[in-house]
Design a protein around this ligand. Structure first.
Ligand code: IPM
Ligand code: MG
Length: 357
């Protein structure tokens, strides 16, 4: 059955990097029997420009009808002064919430060809392969009450950190099942020494653990986890945590790999529908210069093939092609060592297409 893909290029370098991933999609359609239709939509600042809203009704209808969504990036300095409901980031949060994309998978993998690009010593990161499972539709990101109001003659800012046990349970299942397919180790990250929300988090994760006797579960406080990620990152296999801690730890983990320009992500609902995006942002500083690294977006397409389209064979083909272009020595500026020759966005995309075989 033909599957529907919605492409949301977004803002900044989004259109440049998504164009390269779409080239790969077309090559897979042409040469490898991928049966999909593509359609484009607006999300983020470009949607605000066109309609006044970051997640317009038309995009919502397209997203609900799609089997999978490929997103570039949203946001940029032009939009920073907009009222909060019109900020491009609101569009991203809204599509995650609307489609119930509660499970955010953020792998941090060091490609052997790039081990020297990390700011950590190569021996600390060589072979690193961590999966961060971040809860994406709850926590202080969405908790009520929220806002800025006046109390006793001064302004106070309020957000609410809240998790229900059903929210914790469903993300815990995702994380345990991911660990089963990997090295069988899961570390749950919380702040139970201070925050009741995360005491419940720990209690519920322990309850769910009874169903996964083959997974070794450990717990870590978030401050220690942040430290351990730079001290000895290879101790981790799968990490599971809430929305806010996961936001922070996944950026930290990405830097272990040397470039945030290499890291894909998947945001999944309970039925395997997903939104796939590179974890880097819209990179306003390099927009339009043709130098952005498209590999994180191409690897996000790989995750889409695996998790939403049921084509593990093609996911492996895409991943192998990325590895091959790195073996060939192709480097965009963000992953090049000083003095090394670099290629641009389009040349990198073309090389991956050629390496697909
Ligand atoms: C991310 C981003 C988003 C988040 C922003 C852009 C709303 O940082 O996907 O990690 O905080 O979730
Ligand atoms: Mg983030």
């Amino acid at each position: 059955m033909t599957q529907r893909i919605l492409v949301l290029p977004g803002d900044g370098i989004g259109p440049e990097i998504v164009a390269e991933a779409v080239k790969i999609l077309h090559a897979l359609q042409r040469d490898h029997g991928l049966d999909v239709t593509l359609e484009e939509g607006l999300l983020g600042g470009c949607a605000v420009d066109a309609t006044g809203e970051p997640y317009p009704a038309r995009t919502q209808a397209q997203a609900r009808a799609a089997d999978a969504i490929l997103l570039g990036a949203v946001g940029g300095p032009r939009y920073d002064s907009l009222p909060r409901p019109q900020r491009p980031e609101r569009g991203l949060l809204a599509i995650r919430k609307d489609l119930k994309l509660f499970a955010n998978l953020r792998p941090a993998v060091v490609f052997p060809q790039l081990a020297a690009a990390s700011s950590l010593k190569p021996e600390v990161v060589a072979g690193l392969d961590i999966l961060i499972v971040r809860e994406l539709t709850g926590d202080v990101y969405f908790g009520e009450p929220r806002g800025i109001e006046t109390r006793d003659g001064e302004r106070v800012g309020i957000n609410t950190m809240i998790y229900s046990e059903s929210e914790i349970r469903r993300i815990a299942h995702v994380a345990f099942q991911a660990a089963q397919k990997r090295q069988g180790r899961l570390c749950s990250v919380d702040k139970m020494n201070v925050l009741e929300t995360t005491q419940l988090w720990r209690d519920v994760v322990c309850e769910v653990a009874a169903e996964y006797p083959d997974v070794a579960l450990s717990h870590m406080l978030v401050d220690n986890a942040a430290m351990q990620l730079v001290r000895n990152p290879k101790q981790f296999d799968v990490m599971v945590t809430g929305n806010l801690f996961g936001d922070i730890l996944s950026d930290e983990a990405s830097m272990l790999t040397g470039s945030i320009g290499m890291l894909p992500s998947a945001s999944l609902d309970a039925d395997g529908k997903g939104l796939y995006e590179p974890i880097h942002g819209s990179a306003p500083d390099i927009v339009g210069r043709g130098v952005a690294n498209p590999l994180a977006t191409i690897l996000s397409l790989g995750m889409m093939l695996r998790y939403s389209l049921g084509r593990t064979d093609l996911a492996e083909r895409v991943e192998a092609a990325v590895s091959r272009v790195l073996d060939q020595g192709l480097r965009t500026a963000d992953i090049a060592r000083p003095g090394e020759a670099t290629v641009g966005t389009v040349a990198m995309g073309d090389a991956v297409v050629a390496a697909l075989g």
